[in-house]
Ligand binder design. Structure first.
Ligand code: AMP
Length: 287
């Protein structure tokens, strides 16, 4: 695996690969790798000839009171994990390479960026959309891989690619979880042992929502009530817990077709998010 720090060096390397007729896959990340990241790298390895992983803690997607400075960073460990997963190029630029002096252009996302995370993290998705558009332009991959864990981000990335005519296919990969159901996240590192036990509340809420719909409940309010009740014993209060249309993210009252149940909650110092897709008349395939 090669580690590359600058855009010209990366472009030159990938130009060589492209002229040898090799297809390129991109996995954008902020590092602090876990099995969720590795699953995206492995999927890219199966799908494309040259796997590029970007490792960039993007300052523009963090709000002023968020965890940019504290965000876990361990590039040596990340590089070893990426190499083991068969990654060809680790692109780890310094901040000035992505945002040089004079930088002043931003991708602004419309309605999809407003609900859910958008209400809690103003400006977050403009930061995400801008850096993803830049990375797609820099790497020009055939396919870029994202996680369903960040469901709203995945929808927004698909929207940006369509709206800006970026010639990449976006593949969204399933959420990888700990054995007790907690979605893997770099932010799980913030959890103290007692908090780690309570963090399973998010998955339990989603389980309860899935079970309610599987049992025939179609009223979104009733499903949300069941999900809230499942979290309560853990002493975890959601920042939001929403049943929304899986494509538009508009709130739904009645469950018909595919919906997304999305939630966020603070557990100790960690702000955690999770979600599940539910299709009325069947659950999402979980055993
Ligand atoms: P991050 O480094 O947190 O920005 O995440 C980089 C990519 O990994 C994003 O596309 C995330 O959606 C994805 N990802 C994060 N956690 C998981 C997970 N538990 N399962 C699958 N993908 C994930």
């Amino acid at each position: 695996m090669r580690t590359i720090r600058t855009i010209p060096e990366l472009r030159e390397h990938l130009q060589m690969e492209r002229s040898a007729q090799r297809t390129i896959g991109l996995v954008p990340t902020m590092g602090a790798f876990h099995a969720g990241h590795v699953s995206l790298m492995e999927r890219a390895r199966q799908t494309t000839d040259v796997v590029v992983v970007s490792l960039f803690v993007n300052p523009t997607q963090f709000g002023p009171s968020e965890d940019l400075a504290a965000y876990p960073r361990d590039e040596q460990r990340d590089a070893a994990m990426a190499a083991k997963a068969g990654v060809d190029v680790l692109f780890g630029p310094p901040v000035e390479e992505i945002y040089p002096a004079g930088f002043q252009t931003t991708v602004t996302v419309g309605a999809l960026a407003e609900p859910l995370e958008g209400t809690q993290r103003p400006g977050h998705f403009d930061g995400v959309a801008t850096v993803v558009a830049k990375l797609l332009n820099i790497v020009q991959p055939e396919v870029a891989f994202f996680g369903q864990k960040d469901a709203q981000q995945a929808l927004i990335v698909r929207r940006v690619v369509r709206d800006l005519d970026i010639p990449a296919r976006i593949e969204v990969c399933p959420t990888v979880r700990e054995p007790d159901g907690l979605a893997m996240s770099s932010r799980n590192a913030y959890l103290e042992p007692a908090e780690r036990e309570r963090a399973v509340a998010l998955r339990r809420a989603l389980d309860a929502a899935e079970q309610a719909v599987a049992a025939g409940e179609r009223d979104a309010g009733a499903v949300a009530t069941a999900a809230h009740a499942a979290m309560a014993p853990y002493g975890v209060e959601p920042e939001y817990l929403a049943l929304v249309d899986a494509e538009s993210l508009a709130p739904v009252d009645h469950i018909d077709g595919e919906i997304l149940v999305a939630l966020a909650a603070r557990v100790g110092h960690a702000r955690l998010i999770d979600n599940t897709l539910i299709t009325a008349n069947q659950t999402n395939g979980r055993p």
